[in-house]
Each structure stands twice: as C-alpha cells, then as structure tokens.
Write a protein that binds this ligand. Structure first.
Ligand SMILES: NC(=O)c1ccc[n+]([C@@H]2O[C@H](COP(=O)([O-])OP(=O)(O)OC[C@H]3O[C@@H](n4cnc5c(N)ncnc54)[C@H](OP(=O)(O)O)[C@@H]3O)[C@@H](O)[C@H]2O)c1
Length: 325
C-alpha cells in the first residue's frame, strides 16, 4: 500500500508518501481500501513527535477514513467485501489500506458521498461522546463551544442545535463568526476582541452555561469555570492554550461544577465500539436527514498531504480537510 509517513519529527515538509506492506485483518478486524482520510488537529502534533499512537496502533498518521471493505478477518459477521463504510481509527488513516476493528466501522449515512463520509467519524465520535455521554447535554441546556468554525466546533454546534440546545461559540474572524451563525449558533464571540466571560454573562442573564466544550486547556481554564452555571460541566478536549493552570476549587465547589478532560484515541476497542453504536442510533439519523452535515473545506490527494497540513496549521479553514487516495 501507499502511506504518508513523517520521515522525522518536524513541519509539514517531513511528510512523504512511501510503500509499506499491506495490512492483514486480525481477528475481529476488517481491511478497508481507503477512499478518503480526514485530518485532525492531533495529526499535526503526531507529525511533530508530540502525540505518539497508543500501543499496538499503526505508526501511520490518521484517525478516520472512508472506503470499501477489501478483506474480512475471523470472527466478523455482517460485513462483506465491497461494503462501503467510514471508520474511527487509532491510527493508520493516511494510507491506501487500513485494518480496523469491525466495531469501529460506521455505515455511510444516506445522502453523504463516500469521500465526504471521511469527515465524520472522529468529530462525530468526539462531540457525541463528550457532549452527550460525558456531559449529559440535553434539550434546554446552553452550551459554550470554543472554536465553533473548526472540525470539532462546527459539528458540535450542529449537534447541539439539533438537540434543542442554545449555542454560544467563539471564533477568530468575521467570516468564521458568520459561518457559526449560519450553523445555528445563537451568540458568537470574537475571541480576539471580546471577553467571552462578559458575553456569556450578558447572554444568559448571569446564569452561565450548562456545558463548556473546550479546546484551549490552560489558557481558558479559570474563565471556563467562571462561565459555568450551577451543576455545570467543563469538558476539556484540547490543549491549544497549554496544559498547566491554577484551578480555584472554591469556584467549582460553589457551583457544584465539574471539570473533565477526555481523550478518544486512547479508549479501548470496546469503548469505541459502544460510541460508534451510539452514533448510528442517535446521530446518523440527523445526518441522513441533513440536520447535521459534514462540512468539508477542501480535499487534497494523498501525495499533497504537506499542503493539507500547511492549510490546517495556518488555520484559515472552516470544517474539515480531507485527503483522497
Ligand atoms: N480529546 C479528544 O479526544 C479530541 C478529539 C478530537 C479533537 N480534539 C481537539 O479538539 C480541538 C479541535 O480539533 P479540530 O480537529 O477541530 O481542529 P481545527 O479544525 O483546526 O480547529 C481548531 C479550532 O481552534 C480554534 N481556536 C484557536 N485559537 C483559539 C482561541 N484563542 N480561542 C478559541 N478558539 C480558538 C480555531 O478557531 P479560529 O479558526 O476561529 O481561530 C479553530 O476553530 C483540538 O484541540 C483537538 O486536539 C480532541
């Protein structure tokens, strides 16, 4: 197979296409002939040498793909060679073939083409597992999601709005703020010019938000706690603003609030299988109905992974960036 590998830790230019042995399906696995792979922010960290794959996972970058089943391992039932699917991976996506546990395979939702389906697994699983399963977000809640125009943010806005949740979000440019409003965000904060704490206070008459989905980590920790309502939950999924900060436990205690930090990639196959089953039950019908849609900024051939990584690093994109084989 062909695969994109980082020849050494470094900038986008270290990515090169090379030939590697084809994967064989282990027990409970299938092999997909990859049609498209989604980029995720963590891919940039892995390329730089800061985010190694979990034990046993492929060293090849890439946490989500779409494609066609080309081999089925022992113990797998209900999946046949030729089936089209998308898949959540612990690694190995930037390649023409990848082995994946059968439980992490997802059907392509009706109305979504096979290339675009690669934009779904990682963001859908991250947003659903954190907002619905971990934070217990429900109809009538208010959500603050940072970075509303990115891959995760754009999906989070849509899933929350579809669930009857009021959304406040942050974005860095006027164009991105308009994009977030089009997705259904009620209030959009210019994070360069405005203090989101003040905006949330005003927008919620001082009550705060029930859930915060955060990509910034240390930089926003205390301000995120400040905007939480009574019994609010802050879920940290990214550390774009650093890893270490002080937390005033009294501020949490007074609100009976919770701070949770989670990681999808390191979860067991059993946990990912459960999350994927939840996606098919709760989220795929919304995608099939067009209520929640995968948003793709651009697609690049696998050979141009360097350009795709440059685009994500520069940060002008909205939604997802894909590689095609
Ligand atoms: N823990 C997990 O399991 C997990 C899984 C998937 C993703 N993640 C994390 O989720 C985050 C988003 O990933 P992605 O793939 O969606 O990346 P992405 O598309 O590149 O999105 C990054 C977002 O960060 C926003 N941002 C940058 N500086 C900001 C600031 N000061 N305040 C608020 N927002 C800011 C950007 O907003 P502008 O474009 O408006 O500047 C952009 O929307 C990353 O931190 C990633 O590591 C975690």
């Amino acid at each position: 197979m062909r695969a994109v590998v980082a020849t050494e830790p470094g900038g986008p230019e270290v990515l090169n296409v090379t030939d590697l042995p084809d994967p064989e399906p282990g027990e409970g696995e299938v092999v997909l002939d990859v049609v498209a792979a989604g980029l995720n922010r963590a891919d940039l960290l892995q390329r730089q040498g800061f985010y190694p794959p979990p034990p046993g996972a492929s060293e090849v970058i890439g946490m989500e793909v779409s494609g066609r089943v080309s081999a089925v391992g022992e113990g797998v039932s209900g999946i046949e060679v030729g089936d089209e699917a998308c898949a959540l991976l612990a690694g190995g996506g930037y390649a023409t073939k990848v082995a994946v546990p059968a439980g992490q395979l997802l059907p392509v939702p009706p109305g979504v083409d096979l290339v675009t389906a690669a934009a779904l697994p990682e963001v859908a699983a991250t947003v659903y597992s954190n907002l619905v399963l971990t934070a217990g977000m429900r109809n009538g809640d208010t959500l603050l999601v940072h970075g509303g125009s990115g891959g995760i943010g754009s999906f989070a806005i849509q899933l929350a709005v579809a669930s009857g949740v009021r959304v406040i979000t942050t974005a860095g440019t006027a164009e991105k703020r308009a994009f977030c409003r089009d997705l259904g965000a009620d209030v959009v904060v210019d994070y360069h010019e405005e203090d989101f704490v003040e905006v949330v206070r005003e927008a919620t008459d001082g009550a705060g938000v029930d859930v915060v989905l955060d990509n910034m980590g240390a930089k926003y920790l205390m301000r995120n706690v400040e905007v939480l309502a009574l019994d609010g939950r802050l879920v940290v999924i990214g550390m774009q603003g650093g890893t270490k900060a002080e937390l005033d436990l009294n501020a949490l205690l007074r609100k009976r609030a919770g701070v949770i930090a989670t990681n999808l990639r390191g979860r067991s196959v059993a946990e990912k299988t459960e999350i994927c089953a939840g996606l098919v039950k709760d989220v795929w019908p919304l995608v099939a109905a067009g209520t929640v849609r995968p948003i793709v900024e651009g697609t690049f051939p696998l050979e141009q992974a360097v350009d795709a990584h440059r685009l994500m690093t520069e940060g002008s994109h909205t939604g997802k960036i894909l590689l095609t084989t």
